[in-house]
Design a protein around this ligand. Structure first.
Ligand code: 13P
Length: 250
């Protein structure tokens, strides 16, 4: 059985005060959704605060990115070992905003995935097509290419402790959600691709959906057989909404 996982990607939002308030709200409701794993992903600079607020809770945390390098002359970058100092469980790699706004190629993303795994951080690999790619009918080819880059470097065993997030770029921050059917189709495709290499492992890997997921559409998405949770952007910035999404997965 795959335990449902609801993760909040806060992106470049929040302040020390708003984060304290948000986490208090999430903590207050967490027991009610204990069947679902919860985690939050603040900006690097708030990881210490988040650790302080959550270390005695069941809620996990992680970072939104990491450097592919272990240390050295990389001004402005953050190493995986630094994330471990803040006891991160997870790290997001290859978010579409990193790919499109900051030029992260499939190969860079794969190297970040490998760097995370090497030190025991669980990567959440984001994949997904743009609107143009969907309209051209190449959704599966794009997602397959993004996953293949990781498989080439790490092999199928690289996915043992990893999580995949299918985030169609056209659904991110647009209010336009993939239908449950559209998302399920891609999730099933991803699982089938992994199953060709290791069916036992493929049946264990959690595949989250991301893209304008909110309380109002969560139940339908989470009812799909291959949708194991959500990677939530905007709706994770409000405790009530975030918890309501988790509730839909219970
Ligand atoms: P939204 O939920 O704001 O569409 O963002 C999704 C996302 O990018 C999560 O990583």
């Amino acid at each position: 059985m795959r335990r449902k996982f609801v993760a909040g990607n806060w992106k470049m939002n929040g302040s020390a005060n708003s984060i304290r308030e948000l986490l208090q709200g999430i903590r207050e409701g967490a027991a009610e959704v204990a069947a679902v794993e919860l985690a939050v992903f603040p900006s690097f600079v708030y990881l210490g605060l988040v650790e302080q607020q959550l270390s005695d809770s069941s809620i996990g945390w992680g970072a939104q990115n990491l450097s592919e390098h272990a240390s050295g002359a990389h001004t402005g970058e953050v190493a995986g070992s630094m994330l471990q100092d803040f006891h991160c469980d997870y790290v997001i790699v290859g978010h579409s905003e990193r790919r499109t706004l900051y030029g992260e190629t499939d190969e860079i993303v794969a190297r970040k995935f490998a760097t995370a795994r090497k030190i025991g951080l669980k990567p959440i690999l984001c994949v997904g097509e743009t609107l143009q790619e969907r309209e051209q009918g190449v959704t599966e080819a794009v997602v397959e290419r993004q996953i293949k880059a990781v498989l080439d470097l790490e092999g199928i065993s690289g996915f043992a402790d990893a999580v995949i997030a299918y985030e169609p770029v056209w659904a991110i921050g647009t209010g336009r959600t993939a239908t449950a059917g559209q998302a399920q189709e891609v999730h099933a495709f991803i699982r089938a691709k992994l199953a060709q290499l290791d069916s036992a492992l493929a049946s264990q890997v959690r595949i989250l959906y991301g893209g304008s997921m909110k309380a109002a559409n969560a139940a339908e998405l989470l009812a799909m057989p291959d949708i194991d949770g959500g990677l939530i952007g905007g709706a994770s910035l409000e405790a009530k909404e975030f918890l309501a999404i988790a509730k839909a997965g219970c």
